[in-house]
Write a protein that binds this ligand. Structure first.
Ligand code: HEC
Length: 99
């Protein structure tokens, strides 16, 4: 099973959750987000708050535009996180991983 997954390039053995979209989101998260957020999204990171359960709408706003969805109460009052609009295509994967 693992060999098959590696062969078709979906994921390596070990870290695979059996959900390719979530696996992709995890890769993006580990490469783009853990400078500030914790490796475990359910924990507070060195700089950023826990992001486990972040909705697609919230990720869209905060990651792409540095803004929150209407009516959303931010966990922090600060504006430290810089938007990363180049991740537009990865928002569905991030949402799948963090949900
Ligand atoms: C430069 C450090 C930094 C990086 C990199 C970073 N964040 Fe953040 N993030 C923060 C900080 C700090 C906050 C708290 C609000 C603020 O100051 O912008 C935050 C807030 C958030 C929130 C809102 C949490 C809430 O419910 O109020 C989400 C969602 C989020 N980050 C997701 C991400 C994701 C996903 C990535 C990677 C694509 C990422 N962040 C990368 C520092 C960072």
């Amino acid at each position: 099973m693992c060999g098959v997954l590696v062969a078709i390039g979906l994921a390596g053995c070990g870290g695979s959750s059996g959900n390719p979209l979530a696996d992709r989101g995890k890769q993006v998260y580990l490469s783009q987000c853990i400078a500030c957020h914790a490796v475990d999204p359910a924990q507070s990171g060195a700089v950023g708050p826990a992001v486990k359960g972040a909705s697609r709408e919230l990720l869209d706003g905060k990651v792409l535009r540095g803004a929150y969805p209407p009516g959303y109460k931010p966990k922090r009052p600060t504006q430290v996180m810089a938007p990363q609009p180049q991740l537009a295509n990865d928002i569905p994967a991030l949402a799948e991983y963090l949900k």
